[in-house]
Design a binder for this molecule. Sequence first.
Ligand code: 3PG
Length: 306
Amino acid sequence: MKVLIATQKPFTPETVEGVKAILLEKGHEVVLLEKYVEDSELAPVLADADAVIVRSNKITAQLIAQAPKLKIIVRAGAGYDNIDLEAASKAGIVVMNTPGQNANGVAELVIGLMIFMARHQFNPTSGSEIMGKTLGLQAYGNVGRLVGQKAMALGMKILAYDPFLSKEAIESTGAEAVESLEELYRRSDYLSLHIPATPQTIKSINRSLISLLPQNATLVNSARDTIINEDDLLELLKERQDLKYVADVVPHNYEELCKVAGLRVFATPKKMGAQTAEANLNAGLASARQICEYFETGCEKFRVNK
Ligand code: 3PG
C-alpha cells in the first residue's frame, strides 16, 4: 500500500525514520510531504495514496473527494477536529487518532505555562507560587490526568469535572470530582481545559463560565482556540484586572487581548504542546503501527468515525 506522511508542522527526522522503518518492513511504500502550505500541494500526492498520516493539518471534504484510493487517515495525535469525519465516512475511509501518545508533552507544557503566568511571564516583579493553589481540570482524559498528577506532585489541590467518568474513577487518582462545571470554575485558581473541539464545545467557554473564576485566577487553554468565546474573554479581561489567560494556541483577537491585558495574557506563537521529540515519536510510531495492523488484520481499535 502507498502510505503518505503529510505534515505542515513536520515530525522530527527521527520520527520520520521510525515511521518509515515500520511501514517499509511490512512492505508498504512511503511518500513524505512535509511543510506544505496549500491544499493544492497535498491533493496530487493524496490522489494515489492508500493511507495518510497527518498532524493537525486539515483533511477537508474537497481533499477526500480527490483521493479515490484512500482507505485510512491516521491523525498522529489526540484531537481530530481537523478531519472532515462525515466526508471520510461517506467515502468509506476509516479515521483513527493515537490517543495518549503525545499527552505527556502537552501536560508538561501546561505546568510550564502555569508557572510562567504565576511569575508574570518572567518579568522581574514579585509573582506567586502554584503550590497550595487549586487546579481545576475540565475533562479528565489522558492529558487532564497527567496534568493533575504532575500538579499534585507540585503541591496543588486537584479538582476535576468529567461527565463521562464516575466520581470513583476520578477520585481513585487523588483528585476531587466536582458535581458541576460551575463549581469547578468557582473553586479553581487555575482552570485547565482538556475538552475536544466539537459542535457542543465550540465557544462553550464563555462569559457565564469564565466570570465564575475566583480573584487572580488563570484560565489555561492547551486544547483548541475554537472552544473559547474570544469576545467574552476580551470583555472579561477588560473588566477584571485580576484575571489571566494563557494558551497554547493563538487567539484570533490576540492583539486586542494583549492591549487590554498586557502580561495577563500569553499565547505560544505556534501550538507546541505535542512539539517534543518524545511526543512526535510516540504518536508517529503509533500511527504507523495502526496502519500496518489495519491493513493486516482490519483492526479498528482507534477508529473515531462511524
Ligand atoms: C493533539 O490534538 O494531539 C495536539 O493538539 C497536538 O497537535 P499537533 O500534532 O498538531 O501538534
